[in-house]
Design a protein around this ligand. Structure first.
Ligand code: HPA
Length: 270
């Protein structure tokens, strides 16, 4: 693992010649922020040694390095999901790369289903905390002390200062931004009504199939995190119709301008 990481980093350092200030992981349907970058370098995941490659639709795999405002930003477009059959180590390999590149700030975005009536499709939510319901943990197995401690604290996994900053930006720009707890499940089947009710009772406000593995590894790496969810659908608690990927992508697009504005301003403030 450490040797693989060394290989990957050595390759990337040929392109990424100075340390990025922020990394950004883009979720379903949120790819367009990359259009705002100046002096972009794009590296397809296939060209990066040891990089797992996503098979999910709408998750084009590439790394994009460029300038946003005065900041250097590294975008990971096309995340790897556990439900695709990758191991948790593969799912979180990109975070280890960020750690090895010395990146200290991370924005993670995702698409999520709503467990609360007030979280409507198209709404943006700042993730306040999470519940790991994936049935596993990316840190299971041998721990490499060089990468982080055996039992990292998940007290405040989503940086409270980042959350204050993003709330202020949302206020100033009249962007509706709520705050909520994200439950991560493995998927790929969507949740039954009974499962949604259970998650809701346990304190979750929204549900999705990503983010939590990355956040766990990023915290072990002492990377500070801002988490943003786009509500793409009401879950089965609120209706009895089946969801389609198409609907999820369309609703992600609804939030696109707002999320772009938030990220643009946020990159300026940290
Ligand atoms: N459930 C799980 N993951 C999701 C959902 C959902 O309803 N919507 C988008 N990602």
């Amino acid at each position: 693992m450490l040797r693989k990481l060394e290989q990957t980093t050595t390759f990337l350092e040929k392109y990424i010649t100075s340390k990025p200030d922020i990394a950004l992981i883009l979720g379903t349907g949120l790819n367009s922020i990359a259009d705002f970058l100046n002096d972009k370098i794009q590296i397809p995941f296939q060209e990066i040694p040891n990089m797992p490659i996503s098979t999910a639709p709408s998750h084009e795999g590439k790394m994009i390095f460029g300038n946003l405002n005065e900041k250097k930003i590294l975008i990971l477009q096309g995340r790897i999901h556990y439900y695709e059959g990758y191991s948790m180590q593969e799912v979180t390999y990109p975070i280890r790369i960020l750690q090895n590149l010395g990146i200290q700030n991370l924005i993670v975005t995702n698409a999520a289903g709503s467990l609360r009536k007030k979280f409507e499709p198209g709404d943006l939510i700042s993730i306040a905390d999470h519940i790991n319901f994936m049935g596993t943990n990316p840190l299971i197995g041998k721990n490499f002390e060089d990468l982080g401690e055996r039992f990292p604290s998940l007290n405040e996994p989503y940086d409270s200062n980042f959350r204050k900053i993003i709330e202020k930006i949302a206020d100033q720009n009249e962007i509706k931004l709520q705050s909520g707890i994200y439950a991560a499940v493995s998927g790929p089947s969507l949740e039954t009504r009974a499962e949604c009710l259970m998650l809701q009772k346990l304190g979750a406000d929204m549900v999705g199939m990503s983010t939590v593995p990355e956040v766990i590894v990023a915290r072990q790496s002492q990377i500070k995190i801002l988490g943003l969810s786009v509500i793409t659908n009401y879950t089965n608690i609120f209706h009895s119709k089946a969801h389609h990927q198409e609907e999820i992508r369309r609703n992600a697009a609804l939030a696109r301008n707002n999320i772009e504005k938030l990220i643009y301003e946020f990159s300026n403030k940290i």
